[in-house]
Design a binder for this molecule. Structure first.
Ligand SMILES: NC(=O)c1ccc[n+]([C@@H]2O[C@H](COP(=O)([O-])OP(=O)(O)OC[C@H]3O[C@@H](n4cnc5c(N)ncnc54)[C@H](O)[C@@H]3O)[C@@H](O)[C@H]2O)c1
Length: 333
């Protein structure tokens, strides 16, 4: 007997790492239907086909309310009910400090993470109320708890999801509907490569290449895997967690209990060694993105208080040396 026998789930971001692993696990656990929603159509369609007739793909841009509504209606039309929504689609969001973030990119990132989670609830609550049961799971992040673990609009959205989860839990408990969130730590997926501007296909490859880097930040010394989050989602979706609501479950290898300090030079060296393994065109994309970030970071250096300026200059000079050395080596290859 599966843990999700007879249940129907809608999963957004289902073509990518966490969503894809969760779709697979939910079906293995007996789900009668999994609707896989994403904008990466090629991968979403291919994966749904591989997973069999109980998996259906639908193009869904979660920043669009009409797309979300369509995906919910599609799930009910195809499978006659909707028990679980795993609101999981995500982008890395724009890098930069408050004054540099483009407002349209801010809006888009909040729309993809926070507004989409709200809209998934808004448009499916009437269905779940009629059913007398339902379960929302939303992907938050360690970045929702602590500064410095994600871009600004990303972190804000992830923090908002934690509060949305509490509000939904209070509003919906009496109808038999639960709402929980998951806060992953560093999970080996394509999201990091996408942050560097790589195509989805190369980003997936890059996500696997940085596993060793993802392994060193947290007490449990390995990279998180999409399957780690899929199992957490399964636990929150199944009936054995029926007394849990309003919770954000950290699945971070202990990262938020205390980060393991890292030498920034060594870290940079590790990153550049990985970048050097990419195709030359992809290397250029990543280097340009890093350069853009460094330029932004140095823009206001002259206004820093002297002690902070000195520290920053020293660090940047060391990092530049590492970068130049590694780039020279990679050009020789
Ligand atoms: N990987 C990590 O370390 C990590 C850590 C914390 C939280 N998360 C969160 O986990 C979730 C899943 O990310 P992942 O790590 O599997 O990355 P991923 O890039 O592999 O998957 C994200 C998926 O979302 C899809 N997507 C992006 N924009 C979309 C849109 N507008 N509409 C519909 N789909 C869209 C992408 O096509 C992709 O398939 C995200 O919400 C992310 O913020 C990831």
């Amino acid at each position: 007997m599966g843990k999700l026998d007879g249940k129907v789930a809608l999963i957004t971001g289902a073509a990518g790492g966490i969503g894809k692993a969760t779709s697979k696990l939910f079906l293995e656990e007996g789900a009668k239907g999994v609707v896989m929603a994403d904008i990466w159509d090629e991968m979403g369609e291919k994966t749904a086909k591989e997973l069999g007739p109980n998996a259906k793909y639908i193009h869904t841009d979660v920043s669009q309310e009409t797309d979300i509504k369509k995906a919910i209606d599609f799930a009910v039309d195809e499978f006659g009910q909707l028990d679980i929504i795993f609101s999981n689609a995500g982008n890395p969001g724009p890098v930069g400090v408050i004054e540099d973030i483009p407002t349209d990119e801010f809006d888009l990132t909040v729309a993809i993470h926070l507004r989409a989670a709200f809209l998934c609830m808004k448009h499916s609550i009437p269905i779940m109320k009629k059913q007398g049961s339902g379960c929302f799971i939303t992907t938050s992040s360690v970045a929702g708890f602590q500064q410095g673990l994600g871009t600004l609009p990303y972190s804000l959205s992830k923090a908002g999801i934690i509060q949305l989860t509490r509000i939904a839990a209070v509003e919906l408990g009496a109808y038999g509907i639960r709402a929980n969130a998951i806060a992953p730590g560093g999970i080996s997926t394509g999201i990091f490569g996408q942050g560097f501007g790589l195509s989805p296909e190369v980003a997936v490859k890059f996500g696997k290449m940085i596993k060793d880097i993802l392994a060193i930040y947290q007490p449990i010394p390995r990279a998180g895997l999409p399957e780690d989050i899929a199992h957490a989602a399964l636990f929150l979706a199944e009936d054995s967690s029926s007394f849990i609501t309003g919770e954000t479950l950290k699945v971070d290898g202990g990262l938020l209990s205390g980060r393991i300090p890292q030498d920034p030079e060594e870290l940079m060296e590790k990153y550049f060694n990985i970048i050097a393994q990419l195709d030359p065109e992809d290397q250029k994309i990543v280097i340009a993105k890093i350069g853009e970030g460094a330029q932004k970071a140095t823009k206001d250096m002259k206004y820093l208080k002297p002690i902070a300026r000195e520290q920053m200059l020293k660090r940047m000079q060391k990092l530049m040396k590492v970068q130049q050395k590694l780039m020279k080596e990679s050009a020789k290859k």
